[in-house]
Design a protein. Structure first.
Length: 310
């Protein structure tokens, strides 16, 4: 599985595959397992379908590594309009944005201006803004811009990756600063010098980080603890620790991807866990989709089956 994961991560970073992959009908068909469509309207439909089950959503328009200032502006405008539409509909869906979508690779200050505009609109509409984490080379600048925007707008959270050695130190600082954290395992190809190479070590670190996050929930500075994982064994361990610590079921918040572990999502809601599903959409889905396969290489067989089920 580690070999398959490495191959998939390399594929996600290959420019030719990024251009060719989305054109393959069986890849497009298989990708529908993880996303309802390419338009914001598809996300709204999915959110409406999930709401009666007590499942709320996080939404993200797929795309990254934007190198054109006009495109970064268009991404900002899309999210601003999305937040306005959600407010008008009375829907509780939270945006999650990559900073390279907002022009980080072009100019960090231009990126921050775009990010600030989104945080301002999220604040004005009573929403919460999530900032995604990308490769390890982006961690410092992502955290720096998150801290800057947090000084003005309190409802801001950032993603941290359990496979990075540095994450415990980053987490403790964010807890102190009242910045929400969505913890994930990590989905990029990273060298062993910065990230745990073995899954067992990543899982162990995830749980250690989760314990610190649950302790941080008692702060009054706005810290929010979210566990972004489909690993049901980890979720069960986190639930058990929360119970032993005297926390209520709803003190555990879990985020999962659209289309994955649907039965488990319903069960967790019945148990009282706060659950949100990340609904992704957009035309630039290939790299994101392949990284999802790399998180669980067994899903490759889903693609293979799709080739013969046309």
């Amino acid at each position: 599985m580690s070999v398959m994961r490495s191959v998939l991560l390399a594929t996600s970073e290959n420019r030719w595959m990024r251009e060719t992959g989305p054109k393959l009908w069986f890849v497009k068909r298989a990708a529908r397992k993880f996303m309802p469509g390419e338009e914001f309207a598809d996300m709204l439909r999915a959110a409406d379908e999930l709401a009666p089950s007590g499942i709320l959503t996080v939404f993200t328009r797929l795309g990254e590594s934007v190198t054109d200032a006009g495109e970064a502006t268009a991404v900002r405008e899309h999210y601003l309009e999305a937040l306005t539409q959600l407010k008008a509909r009375g829907m509780h869906s939270e945006p999650s944005i990559k900073l390279t979508q907002l022009g980080l690779d072009i100019d960090p200050e231009r990126c921050f201006a775009n990010l600030r505009a989104l945080a301002e609109r999220a604040h004005a509409t009573g929403n919460y803004l999530w900032i995604d984490m990308e490769q390890s080379s982006y961690v410092d600048v992502t955290l720096a811009l998150t801290r800057r925007v947090k000084t003005e707008f309190p409802r801001v959270g950032v993603c941290l990756q359990a496979y990075l050695y540095r994450t415990m130190d980053d987490l403790k600082a964010l807890v102190d600063q009242g910045i929400g954290v969505r913890l994930v395992k990590g989905a990029y190809k990273e060298p062993a010098s910065v990230a745990f190479p073995k899954k067992a070590d990543v899982d162990d670190n995830f749980f250690k980080l989760a314990v610190v996050m649950l302790e941080g929930r008692g702060r009054t500075n706005g810290f929010r603890a979210v566990f972004g994982t489909h690993d049901l064994n980890l979720v069960t361990r986190i639930q058990g620790h929360a119970e032993r610590a005297g926390l209520a079921a709803r003190d555990v918040e879990v985020h999962m991807l659209y289309g994955i572990q649907r039965a488990a999502q319903g069960r967790l809601v019945k148990e009282g866990v706060r659950l949100r599903v990340l609904v992704a959409y957009g035309a630039y889905w290939f790299a994101w989709y392949v990284r999802r396969l790399a998180e669980r290489p067994a899903n490759v067989w889903f693609v293979v089956r799709s080739m013969f089920a046309r």
